[in-house]
Write a protein that binds this ligand. Structure first.
Ligand SMILES: [Zn+2]
Length: 391
């Protein structure tokens, strides 16, 4: 699946090397925490706080929050070869006349998968996000897709946007041999250490576990990571975010594994529901399990979803309709939203919608479709705040 035959010039090749950030095993150490007698629970000093890449903050400081974004990552793991006739456009530099093709075939161009090359453009976007009323971004890039917390820290400093980084591992196809061989205990230690001590050999600490990647069916290695996630969450009282496989029953299957391993579903976000559950009855059944319900592909409108052609990717209007449905059913305290930007073409630099699309275009639409301002504030401010606050 991983393509390495890109006809790159020297500079591009150099940047790709920079993107291929390898995760170093987390350092083992003593956790800065207290084990309460008679309880297996380890409470950290993070209780009541949110942990950003610049340190712990009061939850009231977060403001409007996108709960699932990427500011720097590489998505080479999920390259999807273009149709034979599209080879020329797929390998051409990104320019105006290719943008519609790219929008419909985002995973068929190697160039498009290297969001990690666009830090300057992302910085501009974050400054615009602040001007648009945004406060916080959950940057849930995990091991396997080139997490780069040093860049996140710099972006947070230079833009004033609170950034929360993600601990743990992405989908099975990105797990290293070393990861696959690890026990649940070892995986748990790594995740806990990424939250308490720092990530990828730095002192930058994660404030959420995830996005934890799962495929469908869920693989053995992914099951171990899910159990480790639940164990780490039980120790830390921290938020968790999950990437489910592309099957309507996948989210419930993940929740069951987490639950059985002692995870806290009320502090867990289930991502990507827009491309996973389509039947309203099935959605309500899943909602009863108690996780946060995330619609996080706002701005992504394409005819053929290459990873699963049976899926009709909803339009933004359809997403808003689904949010209104969930609000009417009483789930306004459980909804969170985002864009999940993970390719270049979705940045405004490349004619895309950018990180401020929800604030500038989707919120006004929500207000005309039966969702009131108080409910919008819950979805953008209150729900993310409660989710991100350590117990
Ligand atoms: Zn994502």
């Amino acid at each position: 699946m991983i393509g390495h035959h890109m006809q790159a010039n020297q500079a591009q090749r150099h940047r790709r090397v920079q993107c291929a950030f390898q995760t170093t095993p987390a350092r083992q150490g003593h956790f800065l925490s207290v084990i309460f007698p008679g309880s297996q629970k380890t409470m950290s000093s993070l209780s009541g706080k949110v942990q950003t890449v610049l340190g712990a903050v009061d939850p009231g400081q977060l403001g409007r929050t996108m709960t699932h974004e990427h500011l720097t990552m590489s998505f080479e793991c999920c390259y999807f070869p273009p149709a034979p006739g599209d080879k020329a456009v797929a390998e051409a530099p990104i320019e105006m006349r290719n943008l519609f093709w790219l929008k419909q075939n985002p995973y068929g161009s190697h160039e498009n998968l290297l969001l990690c090359q666009e830090t300057d453009a992302v910085k501009e976007e974050l400054l615009f996000y602040r001007r648009s009323g945004g406060g916080t971004i959950v940057e849930n890039t995990t091991a396997g897709i080139s997490r780069d917390v040093t860049t996140l820290k710099r972006l947070a400093k230079e833009t004033g946007v609170h950034i929360v980084a993600g601990a743990g591992f992405y989908v099975d196809v990105t797990h290293s041999d070393e990861t696959r061989k690890m026990t649940v205990e070892k995986l748990t230690d790594i995740i806990v250490s990424e939250v308490l001590h720092g990530t990828d050999g730095t002192s930058v600490k994660c404030g959420v576990i995830g996005e934890i990647g799962t495929s469908w069916p869920i693989t053995d290695s992914e099951k171990k990571v899910l159990k480790a996630t639940a164990h780490a969450q039980a120790q830390l009282g921290c938020p968790v975010i999950i990437h489910p496989g592309r099957n309507p029953v996948a989210p419930a299957a993940v929740v069951q594994i987490l639950q059985e391993a002692g995870g806290d579903i009320s502090k867990t976000v289930m991502s990507h529901l827009d491309r996973t559950i389509f039947d309203e009855g099935e959605l309500l059944e899943f909602a009863k399990m108690g996780s946060y319900l995330e619609y996080d592909l706002f701005g992504m409108e394409l005819l053929n979803y290459p990873y699963k052609l049976e899926v009709d990717m909803p339009s933004d209007s359809q997403r808003v309709k689904t949010l209104a449905f969930l609000v009417a059913e009483g789930y306004e305290d459980r909804i969170v939203i985002a864009h999940d930007i993970h390719t270049k073409n979705r940045l405004t630099k490349y004619g895309g919608h950018g990180y401020s699309h929800i604030l500038n275009n989707i919120v006004p639409k929500m207000l005309t479709r039966g969702i009131n301002q108080n409910q919008v504030d819950k979805i953008l401010i209150e729900n993310p705040k409660h989710w991100l606050t350590f117990k």
